[in-house]
Ligand binder design. Structure first.
Ligand code: SF4
Ligand code: SF4
Length: 375
């Protein structure tokens, strides 16, 4: 059996749905696209992933010869509705940053071990443009919503690549947009118009990005009020442009098995609980589920405050009142925004009281803006 066949069969055996292979050449089109839009993507270009270097794999691994790319289908079980209205499916599926002792971290580790057993050197910490790699290998094609779609699955997939120092047999590309002609359902459904033209996303407007790039270490923690208004109840990710997509309807309508783990998790995912969560809830339930994509508790609390404001239900005023005493100014400021959005005399009284004792400039500004919206 050839090296290529052994690798592909192993990948399929450990649960990947598709596997393809391309030469480890540079991706000049990706470099040009990121560079042209560096204002939008500066947080990513300058961040720890170093995508411009990853787009030239041999700059990080001079012996690189091939890239093996895989599709993992993370939508094989049902996602509970109580979670889906708040958390994107890929995060519920625990695909990003999974540690090796969990299944989605163990799978790539098994793959690397196998490649090494076959005598391959395997690159580490090379952030590849995964969608482009997979399209070049013919295992996905693009949707106008910027997601990659795998035949027979849809866009609820997670792509992982491995760079190796061996020459292998290469696959043919599938550089097509596989969408029905004239469809723009994703662009119309996006609440923030983040998809500003087919295949072009402004991450600064995307709800998903706003839930997690707005961390101080990445792009500052501030979320524009105009975006907050449109975040609905999303606290980690957003699947709207995938949910409306005709290419995902077969999977979304399929009768799938319940995911018993997520059903249990969903019980702890009430917005009010997250707004004022204890360290114990955060460490035992929220943070392990998300594997640190959002690094600190306060960002989840901020997002929960926004979601409660968007629900507009006065029943949550007592929870927001508690959050106005949170040790984090970020949480107090966004709780104030939410109270302003819910409005009414009770909310106004809590904001006025908060304004008297508040010492943070940021939170004070949010309180004043909230009061202005009520008056
Ligand atoms: S993830 Fe949500 S906000 Fe982002 S482009 Fe899609 S629909 Fe718009
Ligand atoms: S909604 Fe329509 S245009 Fe958008 S990705 Fe799906 S098929 Fe393509």
């Amino acid at each position: 059996m050839s090296l290529t066949t052994q690798i592909k069969e192993f990948a399929l055996d450990i649960g990947y749905s598709k596997v393809g292979i391309i030469p480890a050449e540079s991706f000049p089109e990706y470099i040009a696209d990121l560079t042209n839009r560096q204002e939008m993507y500066s947080f990513y270009i300058k961040g720890a992933y170093r995508p411009l270097l990853g787009a030239e794999p041999r700059s990080l691994m001079p012996k690189a010869k091939s890239i093996i790319t895989t599709v993992y289908d993370y939508s094989q079980k049902n996602f509970p509705k109580e979670l889906t209205e708040k958390v994107g499916r890929v995060y519920q599926a625990r695909c990003y940053n999974a540690p090796p002792e969990r299944i989605n971290g163990a799978r790539p580790q098994l793959m690397k071990n196998f490649l090494r057993q076959l005598g391959c050197e395997v690159g580490e910490k090379i952030s590849l443009p995964e969608r482009l790699v997979a399209a070049k290998a013919g295992i996905v094609n693009y949707g106008r919503n910027n997601f990659a779609y795998a035949e027979g699955i849809g866009s609820f997939i997670y792509l992982t690549s491995f760079v190796v120092d061996k020459e292998l047999d290469y696959d043919s590309p599938s550089f097509v947009v596989g969408c029905p002609e004239g469809c723009s359902a994703c662009m119309k459904a996006c609440p923030t118009q983040a998809i500003y033209e087919p295949l072009k996303l402004n991450p600064r407007r995307c709800i998903a990005f706003n839930t997690f790039i707005t961390q101080d270490r990445m792009a500052g923690s501030y979320i524009e009020p105009e975006i907050r208004d449109k975040m609905g109840t999303k606290i980690h990710g957003c699947d709207i442009c995938q949910e409306v997509c005709p290419r995902n309807q077969a999977r979304l309508k399929e009768k799938l098995l319940e995911d018993e783990f997520l059903v249990k998790v969903a019980q702890d995912f009430s917005l009010a609980k997250i707004l004022n969560m204890t360290d114990n809830l955060y460490l035992s339930r929220i943070q392990p589920l998300m594997y640190n994509y959002i690094k600190e508790k306060k960002y989840f609390q901020r997002n929960a405050a926004i979601a409660l404001g968007n629900l507009g239900d006065p029943a949550f005023i007592p929870d927001l009142s508690v959050a106005m005493h949170d040790p984090e100014e970020l949480v107090r400021g966004y709780a104030a925004w939410a109270l302003g959005k819910i409005g009414g005399q009770l909310a106004k009284g809590i904001l006025t009281e908060g304004n008297r004792r508040e010492t943070s400039e940021f939170a004070k500004r949010e309180i004043r803006d909230a009061l202005l919206r009520i008056e």
